[in-house]
Design a protein around this ligand. Structure first.
Ligand code: ARG
Length: 569
């Protein structure tokens, strides 16, 4: 495809005293087509040129529209405030976009130039010995989308599931198991039995703090690699992973590494040694801590009891990831509640002498999941709280809707699975991640709202139009798509690549979600105004191809979010 930004930037560059690359970075796609296809914010040059943005815009426009500059790419240039809006010649743009999308097919929007950049994404990371809880939904969904987005952009991506498989939590479960295992049945739903044991242990400890001794003893045994204890510990992890795997399969979610906290136990010595060598460890109330520069609490490394903690293991994980992956970026998709923790470990890493790597680390925080009354999900009785329950419920609700709407449909179960799972995922990604997510079943599964099912339905509609049309043409005269509604669809298709890139830059999958909603709505307007199957064969061909490309982009965009599309629904 023509690099419009590049072309426009080089034109501006020949007039303003600034290199093309810098100008190109400033050029944006305006929010609506009345403002042109590309816009250059002239206030970026105001300081340099010592003129008002408006005057700069007028100047550049005058020069670019003078006779020497007339060209075959730009239709007109307009000044709006300090912005210079460029309108690309429609015929050029439409056929450029359509030909590119059709010839690239599945790969449309893909980039291949980033293989030498490695991105580690740390996501999902549930704490074992409990069923997969709603509290880990967002990390899993957002991380999975980022994983797919970066892959599509050609990066070398390493997905890591930093399991919470060590510490007092699992030791309480093991202690309880040792005491009461004969009272439970592990044959049917072992993860539930294990959870009950944990809850029982915790309840007793709440009444009687001395009870903690049992778990502490287990932790000591585990550290000493006591055979029996290690065996139970491994078994609990295995049962937990079986439960997670069901959910990961439904969500089409993969990892390249399951190195959890336990993996780093024998690697924390190095952290402590390096900290000591740099004189960074300070005693504080019996514990060993690293003081922070900013106005934040110190980072604890060794507790008063002499044990390492979550932060120590995260530092060991960072050293391991530096050695193993030499990453260009390490993203932590973890709830905003842990912001302080990540500030502390990134700062500690920098103090240890790894400033460059510390700069490459980023915490990707997100908001809470609230039920329709605004309560934190899972905090009240009666709410589905495990991911398995949530997906089961979503799938069975979808099946019911499908049975009402389209009782004849084949493979209803498979379609319901894609719709039900997609609905939950899309709801999570529909708005910027830092906002709290509202979990309201009526909203999530609506076929008309801004939902996953709405997008899947739009895709299915494009496919049914194509089936009705029969033969799909291989080429067409795309000038016939220059009416307002068709052009808006083309324009959106033309910005797909840029949308994916921006969503990666900001680590914000919702940018793709919003884009897909815009595209689906634009397609509906097109479809309501114009008949695809029509008398004029040439017009019909162009519209069929527009329909095809729209469907392809919706399907690809949803796939990047981790959502699959049924062919019929
Ligand atoms: N298991 C942790 C939790 O549930 C999340 C781990 C996130 N990753 C990390 N490297 N700290 O809170």
């Amino acid at each position: 495809m023509i690099d419009y930004k590049e072309k426009i930037a080089s034109k501006i560059s020949s007039i303003a005293n600034l290199d093309t690359g810098t100008i190109k970075q400033y050029i944006e796609v305006p929010p609506n087509p009345d403002m042109g296809d590309y816009t250059f914010p002239c206030f970026k040059l105001a300081k340099e040129l010592r003129k008002s943005p408006q005057a700069i815009a007028e100047d550049i426009k005058a020069k670019l529209t003078s006779e020497d500059y007339v060209d075959d790419l730009i239709d007109k240039i307009e000044v709006a405030g300090g912005y210079l809006n460029f309108f690309i010649k429609k015929e050029v743009y439409i056929s450029d976009v359509m030909n590119e999308a059709l010839s690239q097919g599945e790969n449309y929007g893909k980039t291949s130039g980033n293989v030498d950049k490695t991105i580690v994404i740390d996501y999902s990371a549930p704490n074992v010995a409990k069923p997969f809880h709603i509290g880990h939904l967002r990390s899993t969904v957002i991380g999975n989308a980022l994983y797919k987005i970066y892959k599509f952009l050609g990066y070398n991506v390493v997905g890591v599931n930093h399991l919470g498989d060590w510490g007092m939590g699992i030791c309480r479960t093991i202690a309880g198991y040792n005491m009461w295992k004969d009272e439970y049945d592990f044959s049917n739903n072992p993860i539930n039995a294990i959870l009950q044991i944990y809850v029982r242990y915790n309840n007793i400890e709440k009444e009687d703090p001395d009870f903690k001794i049992h778990a502490t003893e287990v932790l000591k045994k585990l550290e000493a690699k006591d055979e029996e204890t290690v065996k139970t510990w491994k078994w609990i992890i295995e049962i937990s992973l079986q439960n997670y795997q069901k959910v990961y399969n439904l969500m089409n979610c993969q990892f390249d590494s399951y190195n959890g906290e336990a993996f780093y136990i024998d690697k924390t010595d190095r952290v402590i040694k390096e900290l000591k060598d740099k004189n960074l460890l300070v005693e504080s109330e019996g514990a060993q801590v690293v003081m922070m520069d900013e106005d934040i609490p110190p980072c604890m490394i060794i507790t008063a009891q002499g044990t390492t903690i979550y932060a120590t293991r995260d530092l060991a994980a960072l050293l391991y990831r530096i050695d193993t992956y030499h990453f260009d970026k390490c993203l932590y998709v973890v709830a905003s509640e842990q912001s302080l923790h990540f500030k502390q470990i990134f700062e500690t890493l920098a103090k240890m002498g790894y400033e460059e790597y510390a700069k490459r680390c980023e915490h990707i925080p997100f908001g809470l999941v609230l039920d329709e009354e605004g309560h934190k999900m899972g905090s009240r009785k009666g709410n589905a709280t495990t991911l398995e329950e949530i997906f089961d419920e979503s799938i069975s609700k979808s099946l019911k809707i499908i049975e009402e709407k389209n009782p004849e449909l084949e493979d209803k179960e498979d379609v319901a699975k894609k719709v039900g799972v997609g609905a939950v995922i899309f709801n999570d990604l529909a708005n910027s991640r830092i906002k709290d997510e509202i979990f309201d079943w009526n909203q999530i599964l609506s076929f008309n709202g801004e939902t996953g099912p709405y997008l899947q339905y739009t895709y299915v509609r494009t496919r049914s139009i194509l089936r009705k049309a029969g033969q799909i043409p291989t080429a067409s005269n795309f000038d016939l798509l220059n009416d307002a509604e068709s052009y808006e669809v083309v324009r959106l298709i033309g910005t797909f690549k840029e949308t994916v890139e921006v969503s990666a830059q900001k680590n914000e999958p919702s940018i793709i979600s919003r884009y897909l909603l815009d595209l689906a709505k634009a397609f509906s307007r097109f479809y309501n105004e114009h008949q695809v199957i029509t008398e004029d064969k040439a017009v019909q061909d162009a519209r069929i191809l527009l329909t095809k490309v729209t469907g392809d982009v919706i399907k690809k965009g949803l796939a990047l979010l981790g959502i699959q599309c049924p062919e019929k629904m």
